[in-house]
Design a protein around this ligand. Structure first.
Ligand code: KIV
Length: 268
């Protein structure tokens, strides 16, 4: 187990310590109480209430329709379950680029109403002023560069990002703006490893190879609970979707065959 700190809740400064000590950070997305409790007890370092909820929970084709209210609601559900993980609330599309003031107000709602310890927002140089304003309001920020899913309409799809100069400039800009760590999504592994060496803040990779300071995956993807968009880089650690289908088929069979005992029966 690569826990940053044993037996106490993980904090933002623990991320810097982890990088300094060469300890890898394990992050997973969560959206509800039941799974968040299991992830937390299994020893993840941080729970990200990602706007991927638009796809894996709400069934949309992308994350653009997720609202701040949705994000606050799911962050609150996860917050009730977390005992030791750092809680990071994702800022939805259109909640941080209108103006830095708007970004601070919305980040503040994720903290005050959702229970987030930190927020995440996408973009590099273009979001530096929002990051700076949020950090100045004492809210820690996890940045996100490389493939930024909220830009899907401009980019035209979920593609590997290869513009090394731009990605490096973005990563340096978010570091300078005060982000405590940065998600690096869907960039070639050698570039992500280079970023990891050049930055003083930890890099959390997703589809960016093993050279990052930590990894993040969508919980539903790694558990085999979601079959919509399935990125090539996702390792499946379980096939829960198949197990759930089998369990429910068995349940339906029992119901139809009248196999239900009374209260004196104890299931083993
Ligand atoms: O929304 C999300 O789940 C994310 C992670 C995949 C990094 O942004």
């Amino acid at each position: 187990m690569s826990a940053v700190v044993a037996d106490r809740p993980v904090t933002v400064p623990d991320f810097a310590t982890a990088k300094a000590q060469g300890r890898k950070l394990a992050v997973i997305t969560a959206y509800d109480f039941a799974l968040a409790r299991i992830y937390d007890q299994a020893g993840v370092d941080a729970l990200l209430i990602g706007d991927s909820l638009g796809m894996v929970v709400q069934g949309n084709e992308n994350c653009l329709s997720v609202t701040l209210e949705d994000a606050i609601y799911h962050t609150r559900c996860v917050a009730r379950a977390a005992r030791r993980s750092l809680l990071i609330g994702d800022m939805p599309f259109m909640t941080y680029l209108v103006s830095p003031e708007d970004a601070v107000r919305n980040a503040g709602r994720l903290v005050q109403q959702g229970g987030a310890h930190a927020v995440k927002l996408e973009g590099g140089e273009r979001t530096a002023s929002a990051i700076r304003a949020i950090v100045d309001a004492e809210i820690p920020v996890l940045a996100h560069v490389g493939l930024t899913p909220q830009s899907v309409r401009r980019i035209g799809g979920f593609r590997v990002q290869r513009d090394a100069d731009k990605i490096l400039a973005d990563a340096l800009a978010v570091q300078k703006a005060g982000a405590f760590a940065v998600v690096v999504e869907c960039v070639p592994a050698d570039l992500a490893a280079r970023l990891t060496k050049e930055l003083t803040i930890p890099t959390i990779g997703i589809g960016a190879g093993a050279g990052c300071d930590g990894q993040v995956l969508v919980g539903h993807d790694l558990l085999g609970l979601f079959d919509g968009v399935r990125p090539r880089f996702v390792k499946r650690y379980a096939e829960l979707g198949k197990m759930v289908a089998e369990a429910v088929e068995n349940y339906c069979g029992d119901v139809r065959e009248g196999k239900f005992p009374g209260p004196e029966h104890e299931f083993k």
